[in-house]
Design a protein around this ligand. Structure first.
Ligand SMILES: [Zn+2]
Length: 332
């Protein structure tokens, strides 16, 4: 999709829908084929609400999904499934880029890129790029480290492999040791452009006088309303790149007890599927926004920005969210 100039001369706000498509760290303890069905394809209860649903719904609104694919579990009979997945995405006009969860292939005790030496990271990148090239027939344009766990060494390494974009930077997130980067603004380092995960200041009001400010990403699983997302878009400057965040298992509710490390019975989150549709409808109806992939991005001059949104939140929602898998695996 070409990001065109709007008639008033401003670049549109560029909407990048990114999905971490992965089996997840937790799957290493389960059967790989079953995990692929569940966490990647979103197969449950005779239905399929993962990879294809995300793509098809994006297509319905003229958007493209960019999958950051964790390629490292592609062994033990899974490689065919990975190559088929990539083929399906590309055939439907979506994109596949590199997501690095090195623990699957290298050292299961080290789950973040920054825990590896430069030479080891080079080996991890080479392995992942080789697989993606084999399946897609092209060089990836972008990289995202699993759990946002990359440090500034990644820029030189990505430039060696001619990967033009990184999207691992999450402002002040505890697993993200990147330094010296601007808030919600692209920046070129060692010839690689960092496209940070968009974050905003979400003030949750629990009761009169009880407020909690929380840095949040554009991720529907955080319980964001369409109104909140609209407010973030309104407060973003023309030309800004807004990085939305999904996981391939986005629409499966997976109860997880972090004390006993046990899973409960999953459920399909229909309400969230509906929110996804409503969100895309809202964005596609705005004349100041355009959907984009990494190949479409235009670099615009703007100041760093930090949208502020105030919402009421019920305490019960907060407790419920503790039992979800993404709390258990915490963004990795
Ligand atoms: Zn990941």
């Amino acid at each position: 999709m070409v990001v065109a100039m709007k008639s008033d001369g401003h670049l549109p706000k560029q909407i990048l829908l990114t999905c971490d498509t992965e089996l997840g760290e937790v799957s290493r303890h389960f059967d790989a084929q079953d995990s692929f069905d569940f966490f990647v394809e979103g197969k449950y209860d005779g239905q399929q609400v993962g990879f294809d649903f995300l793509n098809q719904t994006a297509s319905d609104f003229g958007a493209k999904m960019t999958h950051f694919l964790d390629v490292y579990p592609a062994k033990n009979g899974l490689e065919k499934r990975f190559s088929n997945l990539v083929e399906r995405a590309l055939n439907q006009g979506h994109e596949v880029e590199l997501h690095t969860h090195p623990s699957w292939q290298f050292d299961e005790r080290r789950i973040f890129m920054f825990q590896y030496s430069e030479d080891e990271q080079r080996e991890i990148l080479a392995h992942g790029i080789k697989l993606l090239q084999k399946w897609s027939g092209k060089q990836p344009l972008a990289h995202r480290a699993g759990g946002y766990g990359a440090d500034n060494r990644i820029f030189k390494l990505l430039s060696e492999f001619e990967i033009r974009f990184d999207s691992s930077y999450y402002f002040r997130y505890r697993n993200c040791p990147m330094e010296g980067l601007a808030l919600n603004k692209t920046q070129a380092i060692e010839g690689v452009v960092e496209v940070p995960i968009t974050v905003f200041d979400r003030q949750q009001r629990y009761a009169p006088g009880f407020k909690k400010a929380q840095r949040t990403q554009l991720d529907l699983r955080m319980g964001l309303s369409i109104k909140e997302i609209e407010a973030v878009l309104d407060q973003s400057p023309p030309g800004a790149i807004l990085v939305f965040f999904f996981h391939s298992f986005n629409f499966l509710q997976i109860p997880f007890n972090s004390k006993t490390r046990k899973f409960g019975k999953p459920a399909i989150d229909r309400q969230l599927m509906e929110s996804y549709r409503s969100m895309l409808k809202m964005i596609s109806g705005r004349n100041d926004c355009s959907f984009a992939t990494f190949g479409d991005l235009r670099m615009a001059e703007h100041e760093p920005f930090f949208p502020k949104v105030s919402v009421s939140a019920s305490f019960s929602q907060k407790i419920k969210s503790k039992w979800q898998i993404w709390k258990g695996i915490d963004h990795v």
